[in-house]
Design a binder for this molecule. Sequence first.
Ligand SMILES: Cc1cc2nc3c(=O)[nH]c(=O)nc-3n(C[C@H](O)[C@H](O)[C@H](O)COP(=O)(O)O)c2cc1C
Ligand code: FES
Length: 618
Amino acid sequence: MGRRVNSIDELEAWRKEVIDGLDPNRPLIVVCHGTGCVAGGSPFVTKALKAALEESGVAADLAIEVKTTGCQGFCSRGPLVSIYPQGIFYQQVKPEDADEIVNETVKNGNLVDRLLYKDAKTNQYIPKIDDIPFYKLQHRLVLKNFGTLDPCSIEDSLASGGYRALSKALLTMTPDGIIDEVKTSYIRGRGGAGFPTGLKWRFARDAQGDVKYVLCNADEGDPGAFMDRSILEADPHAVLEGMVIAAKAIGSHQGYIYCRTEYQLAIERMNIAIAQAKESGLLGKNILGSGFDFDLEIYEGAGAFVCGEETALMASIEGRRGMPRPRPPFPAHQGLWKKPSILNNVETFANIGRIIYEGGAAYAAVGTETSKGSKVFALSGVVNNIGLVEVPMGIPIRTIIDDIGGGIPKKKKFKAVQLGGPSGGCVPTDHLDTVIDYEEIAKVGAIMGSGGMIVMDETTCMVDMARFFMEFIQDESCGKCTPCREGTRRMLDILEGICEGKGEPGDIEKLEELSEVIKESALCGLGQTGPNPVLSTLRYFRHEYEAHIYEKRCPAKRCAALLKFEIDIELCKKCGLCAKACPQNTIIWQKKEVAFLNKDGCVQCLSCYSVCPSGAIF
Ligand SMILES: Cc1cc2nc3c(=O)[nH]c(=O)nc-3n(C[C@H](O)[C@H](O)[C@H](O)COP(=O)(O)O)c2cc1C
Ligand code: FES
């Protein structure tokens, strides 16, 4: 049986006991058990480390603990292992490395160089986690505890300050006081649209009705996005805390977390956190002896992008097909089962504890005039450091890509960064100094979105990129409204034609016309924003569309139908990488000789293009 607390005093006594029991200088090995690292084999690393500690006798000598956490952010370098109290950071660790880590580092304080992070710009090893630019330059508020907190331990959550905002809100604040604090913070929803959270809660508070719902949107359908999944996996109690505070603010007693079913690890950890919170009296009946009741459960969605749209999400929880409906009525007045409801994103809820405990003004001190606090991004694509990053609003996009992300690999040139997924747009080189701010990003034709940030280098074809997002939108359109169902199909046909070398004069104008009509007339945000990647690439890369249509040429050499598949003997560096990459063995190459491509067996897979260092294949 867990421990139940019935008042602030009891909660604080428990917290004190947990913190008093922790020695900040205790030796500790921390292994990342986020989805990325687990996929890379981190549970085997943990097992091997435990065995190595036992075998070497270090476990008994040092009373060292092996601890597992949620995603620490640097997923592309996983599995990650850190050694404390020194704060040594090892990457891409395999079970075979366990003995050396224990005997060299833990026992004797020596570094295992091959496991250290090597900076791509300076070529220097950086042994300590706090010195690695990827971590050092971030501003971690939501992700603060990701490298230290065991998501399955409520004690860890308490030690990190968990549930102190909850006790403050439930036992010392009125609902209006909570909403005022959230309004003062001026936090805007992190799910994409950036609607002020305090205002949304105010509408729901003021709505008539005894039954109200608090809903958490963990559908996360954007390609390349994994912010919300990681938050749920790493700090589930922070999300629960935010939801209970929201419930008190609007007068709700039941909530749901709508999470896509493939997020099994997130669901598992969230269920553990819910059970722990209930057992401890931090969820359920008479929370902390305050007389306030709030319960919640997880609803597993089948993973349709449109189910992230608020009215579709509610239809899905009600057991109906996840399709949107026209608004108004807005969910704050008529939401789930026609009752007043608020829906917030995972990251939005994860910020609430800090806002309530430290005050809205402290939160609003970070950021720009209209965009406050920090934002978590999933940095991916062609960038050295791929992973989860949290930055203060107001930071230039260039800093994220060049400094935190470590720039573009293989000495390639930056071309654009795609923000906001299928609803977003791209920011080209000329606008890289745009700062992270809802309005500033919108001015250059992209959107903040939920935090997908896909970096593209000179080898990306922007027409193909637009085609990819339109294909996604077309696949995910629920089909309820004609502009989205038929219009996006038509746009996709045109884009496919252009990429296949069948583009015709007038195609660009048709794309523009269709985009405007769909944006104006589609039923929900999916259709209304679906043409954005096309419009934004047309804005900055119209010449690429024109080259495809009028010259039957793909400037980035990505569209297979527009390539000749020949080798320029002047440019060929005789390295043979193309021959090694070719899955069909159609490239003939001998050491110090120019490569020769035999077109007969070529399946135009582009493998040779991808690896050629000199652009000799055309
Ligand atoms: C097609 C579509 C998909 C969406 N998917 C998500 C999602 O996966 N997660 C999310 O938080 N918001 C998503 N949204 C936005 C939500 O509908 C809603 O605005 C948001 O969850 C509100 O929370 P916030 O105010 O905290 O941002 C989506 C919107 C649309 C139109
Ligand atoms: S899963 Fe380990 S760093 Fe993301």
